[in-house]
Design a protein around this ligand. Sequence first.
Ligand code: 3EB
Length: 329
Amino acid sequence: MTSRHIPLLDISYQQRQTLPDVVSDPYTLAVVDYDNHSVATEGSRILVGTPALAGSELVEIWRTRDIPESGTFESIHYRKTPDLLFGQIRLASDDEHIENTTRTIYQQISQLQQELSYTHMIRIWNYMPWITREDDEMERYQSFCVGRHQAIDTSRGFKEHLPAATAIGTHDDNILVYFIAAREDGIQIENPRQVSAFDYPAQYAPKSPAFSRAMVKQWGSQKHLYISGTASILGHETRHRDKLIEQLDECLNNVDVLVKEADRQADLGINDASGLTGIKLYLRQQDDLETVTSHLRKRIGDGPHVMVLLADICRTDLLLEVEGFWVGE
Ligand code: 3EB
């Protein structure tokens, strides 16, 4: 392989056994591993408090063409190359005021982006404790949305420049956020079957959830597609309350449409979820693992790598959520 073919950024889901080699490789940007608790580190490793369920013990690996340089800014540990910035931050969540902790996290991230000139947020993951618990008559996820909204730039046109995102519940005491930002913007994709989250009615969050449904990003000669956390939501309403398989089908219908929409706008050459490189499934109840994975494989075939993680979803009536990515030319 000539150097010109080494991708500027690559993502993959790999077997956990490869971890020692990957962690010591200087080209590794990030290794996302899963455990009972969330941990941010100064190195490439990050632990997300959504344990992997049996049979899907994979880790998420980010690899760059240039050796990343690492640094710390306030509470953020980051690694950067000339093209991109990867950051991880974990803060203890003040029980009563998840909104304040979220605002602090997002303010620090924004300052770092400005300071280092990677002003375009591309993809961001948010893991927070007890996401549906009520504090001060507001569910945690809603306070999170308020804190995030206060910290981000909401000047004119911001709704066309929102990152793909995931927001998931853990049983840890910390909020963990990791992200990838760039010098140049990606293409934001919305889902025609769903109201855009930033236009949701106030019942879901008093301040609009600031994320897009998917993002296409050109990294050098390659394109990446990032599908946000996608649930069994049509319009803005939960569908198939407490019905497992129906919810999975609805999620995948949403993902199929997002892939088609991304292909239409950015010519990816894939047209549904079966074309994705990797899919993460967040599952509320461990007992549902077998039912859900066998149905998932029926729908998507053997192509995509799949990991299943035990996690809480942001609405109490949702049993699962799906995210995904694709890497290609
Ligand atoms: C939804 O569609 C499900 O607030 O960053 C999914 C992905 C969800 C990201 C976020 C929330 C977020 O509303 C929840």
